[in-house]
Write a protein that binds this ligand. Structure first.
Ligand code: NAD
Length: 494
């Protein structure tokens, strides 16, 4: 018989139970976007905290904002197993540890009960509102840095009259209620992969609040804190086959099993206006300025992840570890890191970029992840803006070599077309692009797609050299094939 993860007294051998009684845990955190990463990262750290004395008030209630059958199914699955689930931590050498995580103590599907969300957020016990809503979820115009008030759902939330549908509508409504009731603020904690994610969240929530009520915005600005944080743990998507394999290995009957690498890191600025769990006891590193850690992580790990993904997909690979075993792709990634990124990095004390490069490549090659290139390359439009912009700007201003960068961008645009070079179709995920924008990747003029928002971050620099290099790389991919173009464009001198 396979045990359910909420059957914590009868878990199979080798599966660790929460080191506390989940029934005794109160709600101190509300989290928006209960995806795999949140479940493997923040929930994992909070779970460790809950086992410590005096920490039982820091349980988490998750909120899902997306409507639809998949979201409803997930809510039912969470409810059916008391929000408990198993996390398998997999090391590159094949070692595994499985634990049941109990930190999420409830799950609300906002579209099914929109009134419950502001009630929950207004509760004085809630002291942190965290989120993983993807890089593109903050609705910021990359060219101006401003919150986009023209977004249809934002406009509807600002008009009022109906319950909110965006995170901005919910959080700002809750802060208005807390202010009116004399309940203090909560910390807004972004856990998305963004440069200065707290500052981005601040710009987004204040942008919304200013349009709703300038007095309220001033109160938020004075009282709510938005710490920046660097988050790091590779957490792949789990399809039915992976779920089945995880359950077969653990002996559990878990509807929501999860796998992540054994590596994990969270570096956060210690600015929590309403208190926080003792996360430093759980392995979280608190700093006054996270900038250096972010630089290294986003410009090395995330940037090389997507650089591997776009040509990897075109070459008919579907997994990160397989793609990295291809010597030409490995050479591209190494050349990008060695020539384009590392010389321009401002690494924090104690972090050696060469050690980090080796660790990133070791982590990417972890076969237990079976990590999907389509997941990594998905929402490329938002990711390029966050992961590549600074490096491209540096290369353009210091006259650096543009070959790897041009090839990466060319591969992204070719990969947008949804068919790899062996003719196998796939569906690129680009939630922020409309059909007309996607069509640009098919235009006869190979430079037309450079109007896409992915490239807004360095548009002001206007570089004909980069444009020409990208067009030439796209032409090469089409004329001589991805591999030959890869050999031509990407590589350290051997
Ligand atoms: P996921 O697809 O499992 O979950 C994404 C969640 O965000 C879903 O619950 C979805 O409903 C919600 N969401 C998406 N767009 C939203 C929006 N506009 N408003 C509100 N909710 C929205 O993905 P994941 O693996 O959990 O990754 C989520 C984010 O976490 C990433 O975009 C990244 O910024 C960060 N992250 C992920 C990893 C990783 O390895 N998976 C590592 C570091 C950071």
């Amino acid at each position: 018989r396979h045990a359910e993860p909420d059957d914590v007294s009868a878990l199979p051998d080798g599966v660790s139970a929460p080191a506390y009684d989940p029934a005794t845990i109160g709600t101190g955190i509300v989290h928006f976007g209960v995806g795999n990463f949140f479940r493997a990262h923040e929930a994992f750290y909070v779970d460790r905290c809950l086992a410590l004395a005096g920490q039982h008030g820091w349980g988490i209630v998750g909120v899902g904002l997306m409507a639809g059958g998949r979201s409803e199914r997930k809510a039912e699955q969470f409810a059916a197993q008391d929000c408990l689930y198993s996390l398998t931590e997999a090391a590159p050498d094949g070692g595994r540890a499985v634990r049941v995580i109990g930190a999420p103590r409830g799950y609300l599907l906002a579209p099914a009960d929109p009134k419950a969300v502001p009630d929950l957020l207004a509760d004085p016990s809630v002291r942190i509102v965290s989120m993983t809503i993807t890089e593109g979820g903050y609705n910021i115009d990359e060219t101006t840095g401003e919150f986009r008030l023209d977004h249809a759902a934002v406009r509807a939330d600002l008009a009022g009259g109906a319950p909110p549908t965006t995170i901005f509508g919910y959080v700002v409504e809750a802060l208005a209620r807390r202010r009116a009731a004399g309940v203090g603020p909560f910390t807004v904690l972004s856990c998305d992969n963004l440069r200065h994610n707290g500052d981005v969240a601040r710009a987004a929530f204040l942008g919304f609040a200013r349009a709703r009520d300038p007095d309220l915005a001033a109160w938020i600005e004075a009282h709510v804190t938005f710490p920046n944080g660097m988050v790091d743990r590779i957490t792949p998507s789990v399809d039915d086959a992976i779920a089945g394999a995880l359950n077969a290995a653990s002996g559990l009957d878990d509807a929501l099993p999860l796998v992540a690498e054994d590596f994990t890191q969270w570096v956060v600025e210690d600015r929590f206006c309403a208190g926080r769990p003792a996360l430093e006891e759980a392995g979280v590193q608190f700093v006054t300025d996270v900038t250096g850690y972010e630089h290294v992580k986003v410009r090395m790990l995330n940037a090389s992840h997507i650089l591997l993904a776009f040509p990897g997909i075109l070459l008919d690979y579907r997994q990160v570890d397989e793609a990295l075993r291809d010597p030409d792709l490995a050479r591209l990634v190494n050349a990008y890191l060695e020539l384009d990124v590392i010389p321009r990095l401002d690494a924090p004390p104690g972090r050696d970029p060469q050690d980090y490069r080796r660790s990133v490549l070791r982590r990417f090659s972890n076969p237990a992840m079976a990590d999907q290139l389509l997941r990594i390359g998905g929402d490329g439009s938002s990711k390029i803006q966050v992961f590549w912009t600074e490096t491209v700007r540096c290369a353009l201003s210091d006259g650096g070599d543009l070959r790897c960068i041009a090839f990466g961008i060319a591969a992204y645009l070719e990969a947008l077309r949804g068919v790899d070079e062996t003719g196998v179709p796939y569906t690129p995920t680009e939630p922020t692009l409309d059909a007309a924008q996607l069509e640009l990747a098919e235009a006869e003029d190979l430079g037309a797609a450079l109007a896409l928002p992915a490239f807004d971050g360095w548009r002001d620099i206007q570089s004909p050299a980069l444009t020409d290099a990208i067009v030439a790389a796209r032409r090469a991919i089409r004329d001589i094939g991805v591999r030959a173009a890869l050999v031509q464009y990407g590589g350290l001198p051997d």
